[in-house]
Design a protein around this ligand. Structure first.
Ligand code: NAD
Ligand code: MG
Length: 281
């Protein structure tokens, strides 16, 4: 179904999206690939992060969900799905653009999950802007804080708790390779995520901690209707991919399960594209 033009204030509320995305609620079946693991996922209330939370829980992991306070209703829905899978869900609202919040989010995850061995840096800010002259200093700063600084702060706080076998997965974007003219700040932040991922994989490989990234192409989520795209472009969103459509968050989750689990034990510093056929190098 072609989504109608629509708009919401930031951060979008997923349950108000039309149509609501498929997070795999009714389809994802786990096979015990993450039994007993403990994961902190940012942006876990909706979209890709929520699909990852559902999949990880059904694979046997306990989950700490990071999200913004305005997203409480979306987050509660995902936390119940985690609990329905028989796993622990820890709710951690707050702004990850704040270093102190990042440190306390990790501390809460560690104490309430009794450890931490998977970190998914997935939260993101994307606000389109046609002209660089109109891109406010404040927006540039917030995009970098949410997409880049938070990844640094959360990873730094998580590392002392991680041992060999732990994994870190960062959400980058096709935008790191094929930047849209209206997403200069966002695309720049995503290429920083790529290089951070590759560099940190070199540093942590000797400790047995693997760092990888997933690069989604266009995926139908609240991010896109809350300033991520011009509203009139939404009916066409994703149609330029070789597969001719936007992806659903449920189609992203298996890539994260692969990178989080021992199935990817020899994969590090890799970027796994899930783009509908758009080429990533
Ligand atoms: P989404 O809106 O459902 O998820 C993004 C989440 O980021 C929000 O739910 C929110 O909880 C979190 N977030 C944003 N700012 C925050 C802050 N300051 N503090 C705490 N949390 C904050 O959208 P999504 O598309 O699932 O986005 C997930 C990731 O996927 C993002 O990194 C995004 O850049 C990336 N991505 C999305 C697409 C796409 O087409 N949807 C494509 C490529 C990459
Ligand atoms: Mg959300």
């Amino acid at each position: 179904m072609e989504p109608p033009a629509q708009t919401q204030p930031e951060p979008g509320i997923e349950q108000k999206l039309e149509p609501t995305p498929d997070l795999g609620e009714f389809t994802y079946r786990g096979t015990g690939r993450l039994t007993g693991r403990k994961a902190l996922i940012t942006g876990a209330d909706s979209g890709i992060g929520a699909a990852v939370a559902i999949a990880f829980a059904r694979e046997g992991a306990d989950i700490a969900l990071s999200y913004m306070p305005e997203e409480e209703t979306d987050a509660r829905r995902i936390a119940s799905l985690v609990q329905d899978a028989g796993r622990i869900a820890v709710m951690i609202p707050g702004d990850i653009g704040n270093a102190e919040h990042c440190r306390s989010a990790v501390e809460r995850a560690v104490s309430e999950l009794n450890g931490l061995d998977i970190l998914v840096n997935n939260a993101g800010k994307q606000l389109y802007c046609d002209n660089l002259e109109d891109l406010s200093d404040e927006q540039f700063d917030q995009t970098m804080r949410t997409n880049v600084y938070a990844m640094f702060w959360l990873t730094k706080a998580a590392l002392p708790h991680m041992v060999a076998g732990s994994t870190i997965i960062n959400t980058t974007s096709i935008q790191a390779y094929s930047p849209a003219p209206i997403l200069v700040d966002y695309a720049t932040s995503k290429s920083a995520i790529n290089t951070f991922t590759k560099a940190l994989a070199q540093q942590l490989g000797p400790k047995g901690i693997r760092v990888n990234a997933v690069a989604p192409g266009p995926v139908w989520t609240a991010l896109q209707v809350s300033g991520g795209q011009p509203p009139e472009k939404l009916p066409e969103f994703g149609k330029s991919t070789p597969l001719g459509r936007a992806g659903q968050p449920a189609e992203l989750a298996p890539a994260y399960v692969f990178l989080a689990s021992a199935e990817s034990s020899f994969v590090a510093g890799e970027t796994l594209g899930v783009t509908g056929g758009k080429i990533i190098p």
